[in-house]
Design a protein around this ligand. Structure first.
Ligand SMILES: CC(C)(COP(=O)(O)OP(=O)(O)OC[C@H]1O[C@@H](n2cnc3c(N)ncnc32)[C@H](O)[C@@H]1OP(=O)(O)O)[C@@H](O)C(=O)NCCC(=O)NCCS
Length: 142
């Protein structure tokens, strides 16, 4: 397995099929998130990071809303654990910084809290359920 990967910042309308493919595999199939909850009105207004493997295949994504909300962070199962999630997170935080957004906010699956803590996010408030999965709000103050 080659570890080289490349990141691109894309709009929904230009890369919808790749973004849909990754999120369908990870959220709808793997995590059993209901399809009607996965797709919302925010994709069209978000900036999306798309990660490609050495063969140019899309393997990961995350989105940033104009208000600083980060979400839909997903790496295809067979491509995890080699730094793609980290690289995408650094890219999206660079975008937050470039835009002068004062704080980044996300709803983390509790299983992913330690992943986000590595970037300085801190949990706020109580755990809650969303799409049948326990979550906690996390904030990164710049
Ligand atoms: C969470 C996710 C995006 C991480 O992507 P990844 O490419 O495997 O992460 P990386 O390889 O870049 O890991 C970066 C660091 O975070 C750690 N890490 C990765 N996933 C983690 C997790 N779930 N919990 C705690 N730490 C984690 C890694 O060990 C690594 O630590 P290190 O730098 O100290 O070695 C990926 O596991 C995923 O898509 N999961 C399913 C979807 C999901 O749960 N998304 C989050 C929704 S809130």
């Amino acid at each position: 397995m080659q570890h080289f990967h490349r990141l691109r910042i894309v709009d929904w309308e230009d890369e919808a099929s790749a973004l849909r493919m990754i999120r369908t595999a990870v959220f709808i199939h793997e995590q059993r998130v209901p399809e009607e909850l996965e797709w919302d009105e925010f994709d069209i207004i978000s900036t999306h990071v798309l990660a490609f493997n050495a063969d140019g295949q899309p393997v990961g994504t995350v989105r940033l809303l104009p208000d600083g909300h980060i979400g839909r962070m997903a790496v295809l199962k067979e491509w995890r654990g080699i730094g793609i999630g980290r690289a995408m997170m650094l890219k999206v935080l660079e975008e937050v910084s470039n835009r002068g957004i004062p704080k980044a906010i996300l709803n983390a699956q509790t299983a992913a809290v330690r992943f986000y803590e590595k970037f300085g996010f801190q949990a706020h408030g109580k755990e809650f359920m969303d799409a049948g999965i326990p979550h906690v709000k996390m904030i990164l103050q710049r």
